[in-house]
Each structure stands twice: as C-alpha cells, then as structure tokens.
Design a protein around this ligand. Structure first.
Ligand code: FE
Length: 203
C-alpha cells in the first residue's frame, strides 16, 4: 500500500492545469486527466484506510487533495449499500473513476420547453472505469452505489474546489431547483508528502 500513486496523480494534474495554454483548454485537461485517472484507479493499493471508511448509511465525501489555486480537487466517495446522491450538477468539469465495487450514474436533462428535469442515459461503471462529466454537454446526474450488498468507492476529480462551490440540486418530481454547497466529510487530509522511507532506502 503506497500513497505514492496519489502523489504522482496530484503532480501530473498540477502540471496539466498549470500550463500556459492548457489552463484555458478544458477539453485537453479533461482528455488527458481522464487517462491519468484511468491509470490511478487501475490499482487499488494507495487509498489511505481513513479515506475508505464507510458510513453506516449514505456516503462519505473525503477530500484527498485541493489544488492551492482551487483549479482542481480530488475526492474519495465511499458508498454504503444502496446509497444515492440527490439529482445535482457541478458547474465545472468532472471525472469519476471506480476504485472498488460499482456505481450507477443516471443522467438528467433540462427540457427547455417545459423546464422539467427528464431522465437521460444511465451508465453502470465497474472497477477501473472512468466517466467524464463535461458541463457543456449537461452534467446533471444522480449517482448511486450499484451494490445493495456491499460498499463501493469512487475517486472524483473536478475542475474546482467542488465541496466549497455553489451548485444546483433538482427535484425531478416537482421540478424544483435549489442551491447547495456540499462540503466534505473529513476534517483532515492524508499526508502525501512523507516519502522519507524512500529517501532513506536509497543510499
Ligand atoms: Fe456528481
């Protein structure tokens, strides 16, 4: 078990959003960020135990890292059996990779004629799979643990400090739209930076 993979991912994402032209090219960030996240969730040997703890009901949203300029954040979503989010949007680009178990993402679209929220496509993702949520194409969805008999964990990367952003929540039955700020479950971040053992072992 090594947090080195997460440290590498943070460094690669920081390079990606920090370039002179890349930081204006969202499509490039999403495309390259997707391949980086595919690589990260391919391995399940790096997530600290404290970030993988499952609540008895519902889900935990544990912040793993937020870029100092809030250009991106990385969150571990830990799902109890049958847990689901409200229908919501993100306001920024998003990438979702499955580390353990399985998750469903039900898309919704705003019908411009009636203003109603209607169901769109539905995807079920398994370990190692990554979904892209580009706001330009509509990013309203509801996410749920696809497992009724076990926990699931997904790693989310967003183009902002997602827990501290004003976003929208939708009630498909009534069509009501409300604002919310999701926050984070954890109070402390994992320590990515103590790679002293590696340094000691190389003489
Ligand atoms: Fe979402």
């Amino acid at each position: 078990m090594s947090i080195a993979r997460l440290r590498r991912f943070v460094a690669d994402m920081t390079s990606l959003v920090g370039g002179a032209w890349q930081d204006r090219d969202e499509a490039a960030i999403v495309e390259i960020g997707r391949t980086l996240l595919v690589d990260l969730v391919k391995h399940d040997d790096w997530l600290p135990e404290a970030m993988a703890k499952c609540p008895p009901h519902g889900y935990a949203a544990n912040l793993l890292w937020c870029d100092p300029f809030e250009r991106f954040s990385i969150v571990s979503l830990v799902w109890a059996p049958g847990a689901e989010t409200p229908v919501h949007d993100h306001q920024v680009w998003g990438l979702v990779g499955i580390l353990r178990g399985s998750e469903t993402s039900q898309r919704f679209v705003l019908d411009p004629a009636s203003g109603a929220i209607v169901k769109g496509s539905r995807a079920t993702l398994g370990p190692g799979e990554v979904e892209v949520l580009p706001p330009a194409e509509g990013d309203i969805h509801q996410v749920a643990n696809a497992r009724s008999d076990g926990n699931s964990i997904s790693i989310h990367v967003y183009g902002g400090n997602i827990g501290a952003m004003r976003r929208r929540r939708f009630d498909p039955a009534s069509g009501a739209v409300s604002e919310f700020v999701s926050g984070y479950t954890n109070r402390e971040l994992p320590n990515l930076w103590d790679h002293s053992e590696e340094v000691r072992s190389t003489s």
